[in-house]
Design a binder for this molecule. Structure first.
Ligand code: E4P
Length: 214
């Protein structure tokens, strides 16, 4: 399983990239709104200065025609822009057209296996099941990842599964075990994966012993 970072904050993206594990970036309109910068300028910055990996940029139109117009502008920013499209009937139409033009797509707001299957059949490069938001309403987000992976494997579908709405380290471990190809995680979660109390204690002891030497 690869790691994407789920943020539009350039410092966070740089920090994650410096760890050497970053394969891509996902953004969404809420994350972009927090930044108070031009979306296009930020995408340019990310794609030219930080990563050659997939950078998901979400369209906000609700009709396929509007989505395609936005997609054209976004895709022109850099070759590694992936167009993030919401899971709707109009979204599927847009995904089909973009896929025919060899433009990469990430179908977002996936909450059922059927949605993931439809998105894949429309030609999506990625599907993003939202784990945390399912857990929030008392459904098991990880079961969805496992189901989608099983269905894709049974039917030989090569659309990649991005575990999204990841809230804590157990989501990451379970997403990897259940066959997600990618987990998109906030910087805090990524940094949290490094921490273990025994690692901290071990370092403390090694340093104490080192400093005792005669
Ligand atoms: C994924 O692409 C989304 O941007 C994201 O993971 C949503 O996470 P949230 O449910 O924490 O907002």
């Amino acid at each position: 399983m690869k790691f994407f970072i789920d943020t539009a904050n350039i410092d966070e993206i740089r920090e994650a990239n410096a760890l050497g594990v970053l394969a891509g970036v996902t953004t969404n309109p809420s994350l972009v709104a927090k930044e108070g910068v031009s979306f296009h300028d930020r995408l340019k910055e990310i794609t030219t200065e930080v990563t050659e990996g997939s950078v998901s940029a979400e369209v906000i139109s609700e009709d396929a025609e509007g989505m395609l117009k936005e997609a054209e502008e976004l895709a022109a920013i850099a070759p590694n822009i992936t167009i993030k499209v919401p899971m709707t009937l109009e979204g599927l139409k847009a995904v089909k057209k973009l896929s025919d033009q060899n433009i990469k797509t990430n179908v977002t707001l996936i909450f059922s296996a059927n949605q993931a299957l439809l998105a894949a059949r429309a030609g999506a490069t990625y599907v993003s099941p939202f784990l945390g938001r399912l857990d929030d309403i008392g459904q098991n987000g990880m079961t969805l990842v496992a189901q989608v992976r099983e269905i894709f494997d049974i039917h030989g579908i090569d659309t990649e599964i991005i575990a999204a709405s990841v809230r804590h380290p157990m989501h990451v471990t379970d997403a990897a075990l259940n066959g997600a190809h990618i987990a998109t995680v906030p910087l805090k979660v990524l940094q949290g994966l490094v921490k273990h109390p025994l690692t901290d204690q071990g370092i403390e002891k090694f340093l104490a012993d080192w400093n005792q030497q005669k």
